[in-house]
Design a protein around this ligand. Structure first.
Ligand code: NDP
Length: 261
């Protein structure tokens, strides 16, 4: 590969969870533009189909497999259908995730379990199901973690714990799969304008204030856009990142490097 080869995912079969919204939807469309064959997962079928149509505009007709990543049978069917349909799997993007607000004093065990089931257990399960197929293709995995995995913030305890677990899973699986030439990386976004925070409990007013505050909590002076994370995911998933494995890549306008002063 020459150093000037442009980014391409031509012919790669990529499965993206949480493709029905935000970062997952933006990543799906970018992957379509870069020539990937796509398997799209999420729970809200109408939104998934919208992402699918946006991908089709770039010449890639995705296989849409609705499902809940906390459901074991759904995950088994998702990987099976992907491989049956396209004959192989090259890239897994573990993007589906939730945020919830809560401290050690206010987070119930049920809330904690729900967070861990959605953000961590699903990543473990889908990764274990995908690994035999990725081994065959010498493929790769990109996990979507968060700056909250790298740094600690009060008031989002379960979320921070879940994303630290995703970071550690990225490191460990990268080392375990390296002898088989399967790369495993993650991106750690800062605040990105999507539905996540509103679905996690912020009303419109609180969300507007949160975005305003993001101008001071991110060194670059703003929140990020889903496309900016999609670009980093596409790079890590592509052969342009052929010598990169086990990284946690902040896509956060410098937030991870900031300290109070
Ligand atoms: P959105 O809420 O816009 O999208 C979340 C996606 O995850 C949706 O497609 C949703 O699908 C899917 N999802 C959630 N739970 C499940 C489930 N149980 N089964 C299947 N799909 C599920 O948020 P983002 O795009 O922002 O979030 C994507 C990832 O980015 C998450 O892992 C999040 O933690 C991470 N992230 C986001 C940041 C941000 O500021 N936005 C910052 C750092 C990390 P559906 O709607 O169909 O249920």
């Amino acid at each position: 590969m020459s150093a000037t080869t442009p980014l391409s995912l031509l012919g790669k079969v990529a499965l993206i969870t949480g493709a029905s919204s935000g970062i997952g939807a933006a990543t799906s469309v970018l992957f379509a533009k870069l020539g990937a064959k796509l398997v799209l997962n999420g729970r809200q079928v109408e939104n998934l189909e919208k992402t699918g149509k946006d991908c089709e505009k770039h010449g890639s007709k995705p296989l849409i497999v609705p499902g809940d990543v906390t459901n074991e049978a759904d995950n088994v069917a998702l990987i099976q259908k992907a491989v049956e349909h396209f004959g192989q799997l090259d890239i897994l993007v573990n993007n589906a995730g939730i945020l919830s607000l809560g401290t050690i004093e206010t987070t119930s065990l049920k809330d904690f379990d729900h967070m861990m089931n959605t953000n961590v257990r699903s990543v473990f399960h889908l990764t274990s199901l995908a690994v035999p197929h990725l081994t065959k293709t010498q493929g790769n995995i990109v996990n979507v973690s968060s700056v909250n995995g790298l740094r600690s913030f009060p008031g989002v305890l379960a979320y921070c714990v879940s994303k630290s677990a995703v970071d550690q899973m990225t490191h460990c699986v990268a080392l375990e799969m390296a002898p088989k030439k399967v790369r495993v990386n993650c991106v750690n976004p800062g605040v990105i304008v999507t539905e996540l925070q509103k679905r996690g409990g912020l009303n419109e007013e609180a969300y507007a204030a949160f975005l305003e505050k993001s101008k001071t909590t991110h060194a670059l002076g703003r929140a990020g856009e889903a496309d900016e994370v999609a670009n980093a995911i596409a790079f890590l998933a592509s052969d342009s990142a052929s010598f990169i494995t086990g990284v946690t890549l902040p896509v956060d306008g410098g937030r991870h490097a900031m300290c109070p002063r």
